[in-house]
Design a protein around this ligand. Structure first.
Ligand code: JFZ
Length: 443
């Protein structure tokens, strides 16, 4: 196959091996925060509930920009306590957080020099984003910033450029976008990454050179910066991956509310991140969570483990209320996940693909710094109480035990060369648990 010449494709050779990227990779578990004016109506407008994603209410309910924008004068999250949020995140076990600095509505959570549609011009008035970053960093949590290029508020935003006037408007929008991003990096120098969204517009796809130059500029200003593939298009309009299939940005961010096939090995070759909602499709706060299935802690933990087993990160979304606290359901899930992480996070942090064939009982993970210790995270107990493991050629199991009972060796049965049953019939827990196997090379 003939390769296309791509000028505005990948910038950094992947997978990145610098310290900032290694840290990003070792974090594995992150908290996504979607917070903006949409948290005030919470999916309900004039007594009517709109089932579609709450952060899209303006469009679902056909609300004019002027009316929507006036919500700014109601934004007053009196219950917001950045330190309490950070403590909750830390207790849940996340190592990073990504927060919406500006979603599609265009409202900015920081006092921006480039617009009045920002936190400064609300009853709250203070630099909310700054408080958030400071508190999370104080708990040892890395912060990345979500930024939507698509902007329903900005007069220069258009989906497609149909006229000279549109082109001029887009030139101004490019300057605005660049200014705001540089402003964010200037104001918040501890930021680790940028998470771009709203980049599916025709104008963005038609301007691959711009996103290329922007990625370059942002990285020059902020060494180590990690950006998602969603930021980018090449000069032919290919998104995420360039026209030759080469990943752009630093990691693949196309796994949105979905996971790869758990047996897929190709996906382990790139860095990637899955972002996930707790209900079916609500990112911003929605008042009514009875509309769809609400994922349980164990379902979410399984997603986190699966991502880890395939070298991916898991970014779990929370949608705080307009008052600035978290709904009960989110608080409870955070606690349940945190309790599990307290005992089992050694199978998550700094772990990745173990190089073994996935089995039906769950997922293998392996710490990046260990060659011989492998975690088996169990979600389905086999009826016979025996856990199948097939090793790669040349290695044998020296020992197997439960993470919770390291002193008690589990019985091993070698079925055939390199293929074993590990017996763990007496495990009573109803929650996912971890079996550790220690390997030895035969030669
Ligand atoms: C976008 C936003 O529209 C949404 O509100 C939320 O912020 C989410 C994280 O990102 O939604 C998307 C983005 C990408 C896809 C689908 C929905 N996609 O790639 O399929």
């Amino acid at each position: 196959e003939s390769e296309k010449e791509v000028k505005y494709g990948q910038i950094t050779e992947l997978p990145r091996q610098d310290d900032a990227m290694k840290k990003w990779r070792s974090n594995r578990f992150g908290q996504f925060i979607h917070w903006g004016l949409y948290a005030i109506p919470g999916g309900v407008w004039k007594g009517k509930t709109y089932e579609y994603a709450a952060e899209f209410l303006k469009s679902s309910a056909g609300i004019s920009t002027a009316t929507w924008d006036s919500l700014q004068y109601q934004f007053n999250p009196i219950k917001f306590n950045a330190m309490a949020w950070a403590k909750m995140a830390k207790a849940m076990g996340v190592k990073y957080a990504t927060i919406t600095t500006k979603h599609h509505e265009g409202f900015c959570l920081w006092p921006s020099e480039y617009t009045d549609f920002d936190i400064e011009n609300t009853p709250y008035g203070k630099d909310l984003l700054g408080e958030f970053i400071e508190a999370y960093n104080a708990e040892g949590i890395d912060v990345s910033l979500y930024y939507s290029v698509l902007d329903w508020h900005h007069p220069d935003w258009r989906y497609k450029l149909n006229s000279e006037e549109d082109k001029e408007a887009f030139e101004r929008l490019k300057i605005f976008t660049k200014n705001q991003l540089l402003e964010l990096l200037d104001r918040y120098p501890t930021v680790k990454g940028l998470w771009f969204d709203g980049t599916w517009d025709q104008c963005w796809k038609d301007n691959g050179q711009f996103s290329y130059e922007l990625e370059k500029k942002l990285k020059e200003k902020h060494p180590g910066l990690v950006v998602n593939s969603r930021m980018r298009a090449d000069e032919y309009g290919s998104r995420h991956f360039d026209s030759n299939g080469v990943l752009m940005g630093d990691y693949e961010s196309g796994y949105e509310r979905r996971l790869p096939n758990p047996w897929d090995i190709e996906v382990t070759k790139n860095d990637w991140e899955c972002c996930m909602t707790i209900p079916e499709n609500q990112w911003g706060y929605h008042k009514d969570w009875t509309l769809t299935h609400i994922k349980t802690a164990n379902e979410l933990i399984e997603m986190l483990v699966q991502c880890t087993s395939q070298n991916g990160n898991f970014l779990l979304n929370f949608g705080p209320t307009g008052e600035g606290d978290f709904r009960e359901e989110e608080v409870k899930l955070a606690k349940e996940i945190g309790d599990w992480m307290d005992d089992n996070s050694s199978a998550i942090y700094n772990c990745g693909y173990a190089g073994l064939k996935k089995q039906g009982w769950g997922y293998f993970t392996q710490n990046n710094d260990s060659e011989t210790t492998i975690n088996m995270v169990v979600f389905n107990k086999p009826i016979n109480g025996k856990y199948r493991v097939k090793l790669n050629k040349g290695s044998v199991i020296k020992k197997a035990y439960l993470l919770s009972k390291p002193d008690k060796a589990l019985d091993l049965e070698e079925i055939s060369n390199g293929e074993y049953f590990i017996e763990a019939k007496k495990v009573k827990t109803k929650d996912p648990f971890v079996i550790i196997i220690e390997l030895e090379n035969k030669d």
